[in-house]
Design a protein around this ligand. Structure first.
Ligand SMILES: Cc1ncc(COP(=O)(O)O)c(C=O)c1O
Length: 438
């Protein structure tokens, strides 16, 4: 199938046609894309399960769940129905002065399953704004109590989003270089290891009086390179953070909703956060929505006769009813036993695939966590500037698969509905790649 626009060509006096990809190149500026390279995007026209179909009828296995959001795959009829039903009833309403059923029901359901003692849900639109909200809440939590804790702690290699606050709390990288002078100061510490834990704890003890909050991606640093770290050691570190009164912010934007094998990655940890950020899988990849949930302790610090202590933050589309309905529908699917079975199936297959990879010399640091498997290519130069990523993407598209490595880190993060045969197709492609690479 091809989507063509018909146009009159004055030179030839005839009707010419242009493909959707060609029209795109003339008018669109894509995210994370160097347009000088002349990359022509694939024109997607439909999707079904793990498959994306392009304008020429080719299909691609979406092995990265479209930037980690499409947990139930594409074109899911149940999600589509629930979105349609809500769109007919109430498509949008201002979220000050008004409330609505989907927002309230979603908050009630989330508060029952979230990993921690959360009491309030704040809505925004995407992962970055969920983080902005969390960081602002944590800073104002102290300010409202006239306490001078202002500094934020974060992990090296962290990524929390692209807006200024989210960029500030993300590790400095090629993403942030042009904005360096405009980012606020953040203290970056290593993820815990047996070797550094003692040092990290004493650093916290010595400096805690100035720390407002500690933000972390629990157990899996995603955009930083799908880096995993140990749950037991993290719990020890969080124990110290908690004992020093620093607000803990878990960024589960990527890890939430089954990705790591449990509903939330914080379930692997004993120490629960004060604030949690969710987005990506929240609506099953259908609508832009995010949540920042807070405990009673955080919320109550904003209750005051003094209007200056209000949390002055909100977006036009806060708690959009269609997005909230999509999230409720996604939760229905997630809480179904068959979805849990699929997550377990993928996790098991990934572990077997990881074992097969171990014999290839050109590959290092093979890691799996739930439905994510990742490994690093021995390319000599690490990081985002590495050209291997574009090569892998191009070759994978030729093979009917969509992969998008992070520099020299290749990973698979499929929708939970991916079939065994589709997973095998992705594994075999990567085994062939590893054979040629070694
Ligand atoms: C852990 C984490 N936090 C925040 C974000 C930002 O989310 P968004 O791209 O929706 O702004 C991402 C995106 O990859 C993420 O992985």
């Amino acid at each position: 199938m091809s989507i063509h626009i018909r146009r009159w060509d004055p030179n030839f006096g005839s009707i010419m046609t242009k493909s959707l990809s060609e029209r795109d190149v003339q008018v669109i500026w894509h995210p994370y894309t160097q347009h000088k390279n002349g990359v022509v995007p694939v024109a997607a026209v439909s999707g079904e399960g793990a498959l994306i179909f392009d304008e020429n009828g080719n299909s691609y296995i979406d092995a990265v769940s479209s930037w980690w959001v499409n947990i139930h795959g594409h074109g899911h009829p149940y999600l589509a129905e629930r979105i349609y039903e809500q769109a007919k009833k109430l498509e949008h309403i201002i979220f000050t002065s008004f409330t609505h059923e989907p927002a309230v029901r979603l908050a009630e359901r989330l508060l029952k399953i979230l990993p921690g003692d959360f009491s309030k849900v704040f809505y925004s639109d995407n992962g970055s704004t969920a983080v902005e909200v969390a960081v602002k809440m944590a800073i104002q939590f102290w300010w409202n109590q006239s306490r001078s804790r202002v500094k934020i702690l974060a992990f090296k290699n962290s990524y929390h989003g692209d807006t200024f606050g989210a960029m500030s709390v993300s590790s400095r990288s090629i993403f942030t270089v042009p904005f360096q002078g405009h980012l606020f100061e953040v203290i970056f510490i290593e993820t815990p290891t047996h070797q550094n834990l003692g040092e990290l704890k004493s650093f916290l003890h010595q400096n805690h009086s100035e720390f407002a909050a500690f933000i972390y991606e629990p157990l899996l640093q995603a955009a930083g390179g799908m880096l995993t770290y140990d749950a037991g050691l993290m719990d020890e570190l969080l124990g110290t953070v908690k004992s020093l009164g620093v607000v803990q912010i878990a960024d589960e934007v990527m890890t939430g909703f089954g990705r790591t094998g449990k509903m939330f990655a914080c379930e692997y940890l004993k120490n629960k956060p004060d604030i949690i950020c969710l987005s990506k899988g929240l609506t099953g990849g259908t609508m832009a929505l995010s949540v920042t949930a807070a405990t009673k302790k955080i919320f109550e610090a904003f209750l005051s006769e003094d209007r200056g202590k209000t949390f002055f933050h909100g977006h036009s589309f806060t708690a959009n009813p269609i997005a909230c309905s999509a999230a409720l529908a996604s939760l229905d699917l997630l809480e179904n036993e068959s979805c849990r079975d699929k997550i377990e199936f993928i996790s098991g297959q990934h572990r077997k695939f990881a074992d097969r990879l171990r014999k290839y010399k050109g590959i290092k640091d093979i890691r799996t966590l739930g439905t994510v498997v990742a490994f690093t290519l021995n390319t000599g130069s690490d990081g985002y500037m590495n050209k291997t990523s574009a090569l892998v993407t191009a070759r994978s598209l030729d093979a009917g698969i969509y992969l998008r490595p992070l520099g020299n880190t290749i990973y698979i993060m499929p929708p939970y509905c991916i079939t065994g045969a589709q997973l095998d197709q992705v594994y075999e492609f990567l085994i062939r790649f590893a054979e040629n690479f070694s």
